[in-house]
Design a protein around this ligand. Structure first.
Ligand SMILES: [Zn+2]
Ligand SMILES: [Zn+2]
Length: 190
């Protein structure tokens, strides 16, 4: 989804609010699975040097739980704040005597791929903001019981019938040897 902002890009001081309601298949192809439309509101304003985008987005995405590997819906809601140089060529080249006029923020390199000559790549803006906000290790719930390490059954759905794991009772041959050595060591000192 590309948004034509060329009108506001040419009118200093102009504001424009865009109500987001996107069912974007391009997002799906980049690995983000949407449960429903991305909604939100973005206000664009032209400061003369910059095109500002401020607002919020809300999306329900499908995530995979890292413990039980179940896919579950997760509501993501977050603020959006982006800025794009309206005249990158003027900011990049020369004009060193007017350095006060160039209030170029440090993070100005990144967003060119989002905004170019009046066209905003709304899909890419949504994608980047979603990726920042989606948890790195999603959990279907805080107390997810995970999968049984023996039979692989999802333990959120009930017990699987495997015997309870008790590491204190079942020692490997190496473990038995180590515990013998430890006992001897204790005896020696005592
Ligand atoms: Zn889970
Ligand atoms: Zn099991």
């Amino acid at each position: 989804m590309k948004l034509d902002l060329s009108e506001i890009a040419h009118s200093i001081g102009m504001h424009y609010t865009y109500e987001v309601d996107e069912d974007d298949s391009e997002l799906e192809s980049s690995g983000i699975s949407l449960q429903e439309h991305v909604r939100g509101s973005l206000e664009f304003s032209n400061t003369g040097q910059l095109l500002l985008a401020r607002g919020w987005l809300r999306a329900t995405v499908r995530l995979e739980c890292v413990r039980c590997l179940t896919s579950f819906p997760s509501l993501q809601e977050f603020a959006v704040e982006e800025q794009f140089a309206l005249h990158p060529e003027r900011m990049a080249g020369g004009a060193h005597e007017n350095e006060e006029d160039l209030f170029l923020p440090d993070d100005m390199e990144g967003p060119e791929c989002l905004y170019q000559e009046g066209i905003l790549d709304l899909t890419e803006l949504i994608r980047q903001n979603l990726l920042v906000n989606i948890p790195f290790a999603p959990l279907c719930s805080e107390d997810c019981a995970g999968l049984c390490p023996r039979c692989g059954k999802n333990r959120n759905e009930g017990p699987c019938g495997c015997p309870e794991e008790d590491p204190g009772q079942r020692l490997s041959p190496l473990g038995e040897l180590l515990s013998l050595l430890k006992d001897e060591d204790t005896d020696g000192r005592g």
